[in-house]
Design a protein. Structure first.
Lengths: 387, 266
């Protein structure tokens, strides 16, 4: 027999400690910032000691950085051009940064040897590139207009850089340099390498056409097997030897093609990973519905496969963006090369740290934006997986 | 030309394909298939008439899934003939596409497209394969989603639905192509017991509407109530074919007797 409920209630009322109404809370010291600190940083004497040492190191390093970069830094030096007097910078070397270098040279670093009075053109080109990235990143523009926007933007960029029309003086490609070169190489690099890599990845999985498959495997293995530097050397030094007399394809285009081919081989393997991760049932369901190969690939397979590989894809994009700096070894003045060249004058020799920090910051802004965007894209795309 | 005068009477007038009602909807003649050295289909011969419901059963590895997957060429056969709706299945891609347009398939693991909503899953093939205007395809999809009793889920993603709901969507997706034949490859095997009924109910309804159906299943209750004929396969062979009453009451072969005692014995 079960006891009447009244009885157990009496026992509860008389024999047990009375508890507050509502759900029980965890002890105050185990939650919140205090709880976190106790659990992670001060849980034992050893941990406490390690925490103290690290805090000391971080703080002293940060203080040193502030005193070097801000407090003791030289922001301006007298004179300009060949008559510049950098003795103020030399006086504080090691203790203070010489930001005067950036003030004096930033236009050279950003735009290279582009005619000084015409540098608003590459500046505008950089702005167009950034606008293009922003527009392309917004899903609302992911329709047939995007292709047109790109076409217009790239035409405008070509017109601005070369000139020779609309009253703009012609500027030879040899004089292009700095950030526009980096953006041109990486934008065209990604824009061409990505579609190419998808075709190669699809070709590599093609079992019905062994010749296509073999071609794709050979391409990937051959390109992956050599350093980008050697590809660039081949493009700049060896390739012209095979061209007929008098025919010349310019150096920037050759480097661009080398970068595209190199990146596409890596991207193809990333895309292939995504293709392999899809269950076979997805292919079968698409086939059973009567979709053609390209419909199946474009509507079912790639949308899913590419979403799966967003992290490694963006990883490769970021790597590629920075790899464009290798063109400096074949004498193209990209952003890193202009920075290196800016400190070649005797007056500025020895201030490499400042110049490289400056371009690092620029590289970082672009790479971090890519990384951040890819995270948003992942969340957005994986919404359908949430229950 | 294969003509079967006796069958002409039962073919309904709605039949549109070439050849009239004299031809069976699906015809397998001495079909053989190997996976490597493994002989998975041995001289399989089977005809399915229009509006006929055929249930295929047999122990696992008996080749029943492979057989049904040959009918829409998800697997290719190496010997024999398969003729669907008057078209012979060969390596000719045109024929394969033509047959796939007329044959709907429902899989054990649903295989809905997880990146598309339920509605998009259903409208995809009508829009891209049948070139139907989007609005019309959506109306059609809603009609079939209503028939499988989940119109309210149309804008959710497959991952948000239960297994039984997903399988009903898969049925609606296949029906949106207005197929002449529906193939079911163990449609309830991946479902929790309490969801099997909701899927079977939809299939029974479909059977009563006159759809030509080939169903691979272990649901003997379904076979009993719905099937015109039941096919028993074992080790790649069709061992016995008969109407369900005959099939369950008087199994002739030893293998079918053993099989029935195993699945009905408890």
């Amino acid at each position: 027999m079960t006891p009447p409920p009244a009885q157990s209630a009496t026992i509860g009322a008389t024999g047990m400690p009375v508890r507050a109404e509502g759900p029980r809370r965890p002890p105050a010291l185990s939650v919140g910032p205090v709880g976190w600190l106790r659990a992670n940083l001060f849980s034992s004497w050893l941990n406490t000691a390690v925490t103290m040492v690290l805090v000391y190191l971080v703080v002293s390093w940060a203080l040193g950085l502030i005193s070097w970069g801000v407090l003791n830094a030289v922001w301006d030096v007298p004179g300009t051009g060949p008559r510049v007097d950098t003795s103020a910078c030399r006086a504080v070397r090691g203790e203070g940064a010489c930001w005067a270098l950036i003030g004096e040279k930033y236009r050279f670093i950003l735009f290279g040897l582009y005619p000084f009075d015409e540098q608003w053109r590459p500046a505008l080109v950089v702005a167009i590139f950034v606008a293009l990235y922003i527009v392309s990143a917004m899903r609302r523009f992911w329709n047939r207009w995007l292709g047109l926007i790109w076409l217009v933007a790239l035409t405008a960029i070509g017109v601005l850089m070369w000139g020779g029309v609309f009253g703009l003086p012609f500027v030879d490609q040899e004089r292009w340099g700095g950030l526009p070169i980096t953006l041109i190489l990486s934008t065209f690099g990604i824009a061409f390498a990505f579609p190419l890599s998808i075709l190669v990845a699809l070709g590599r999985r093609q079992t019905a056409m062994p010749a296509v498959k073999a071609l794709c495997v050979v391409y990937i293995e051959l390109i992956r097997g050599v350093p980008l530097i050697s590809l660039l050397f081949m493009a700049s030094v060896m390739f012209p030897l095979f061209l007929p007399e008098g025919m010349n394809i310019d150096k920037l285009l050759r480097a661009q093609v080398a970068i595209i081919l190199f990146a596409a081989a890596y991207l193809a393997e990333v895309v292939r990973g995504g293709l392999q991760a899809l269950p076979k049932g997805q292919y079968e369901a698409a086939e059973a519905l009567g979709l053609s190969y390209w419909q199946e690939t474009g509507l079912i397979i790639l949308p899913q496969a590419l979403r799966l590989v967003i992290p490694p894809l963006v990883n490769t994009f970021i790597g590629m963006f920075k790899d464009t700096s290798l063109v400096l070894i074949i004498g193209i003045f990209d952003l890193l090369n202009t920075a290196k060249t800016s400190i070649i004058e005797p007056a500025w020799q020895g201030f490499g740290v400042e110049a490289y920090l400056f371009v690092s910051a620029i590289y970082f802004v672009f790479c971090f934006a890519m990384s951040k965007y890819s995270q948003d894209l992942e969340t957005e795309f994986n919404r359908h997986r949430r229950r | 030309m294969r003509q079967d005068a006796a069958r002409t009477g039962e073919a309904p007038a709605t039949r549109t394909g070439a050849g009239g009602g004299a031809q069976p909807m699906i015809e397998l003649v001495n079909v053989n298939k190997w996976f490597g050295a493994l002989h998975v289909l041995r001289d399989v011969t089977l005809t399915v008439a229009e509006r006929e419901r055929v249930v295929v059963c047999g122990p696992s590895g008996s080749g029943k899934s492979t057989m049904i997957r040959c009918i829409n060429r998800l697997e290719s056969h190496q010997e024999g003939q398969i003729i669907v709706d008057g078209i012979e299945l060969t390596d000719d891609l045109k024929n394969i596409d033509a047959i796939r347009r007329e044959v709907g398939m429902v899989f054990q693991s649903f295989n809905l497209f997880p990146h598309l909503t339920i509605l998009e899953n259903c409208t995809l093939a009508p829009i891209w394969v049948r070139k139907m205007p989007k609005k019309q395809a959506e109306e059609l999809a809603m009609e079939y989603l209503t028939r499988v009793r989940i119109p309210e889920q149309a804008h959710k993603y497959p991952g948000q639905l239960s297994g039984g709901q997903q399988q009903r969507v898969a049925i609606a997706r296949a029906l949106c192509m207005r197929p002449k034949i529906m193939l079911f490859d163990e449609p309830t095997s991946a479902l929790d017991p309490e969801m099997i009924k909701e899927v079977l109910d939809v299939m029974v309804e479909l059977a009563h509407s006159g759809m030509t159906m080939v169903v691979v299943t272990h649901e003997m209750g379904f076979a009993r109530t719905v099937a015109d004929r039941v096919v028993f396969m074992d080790r790649g062979e069709v061992v016995e074919v008969g109407p369900p009453t005959e099939f369950f009451a008087n199994p002739k072969s030893e293998r079918l007797k053993t099989f029935l005692s195993q699945i009905l014995g408890h």
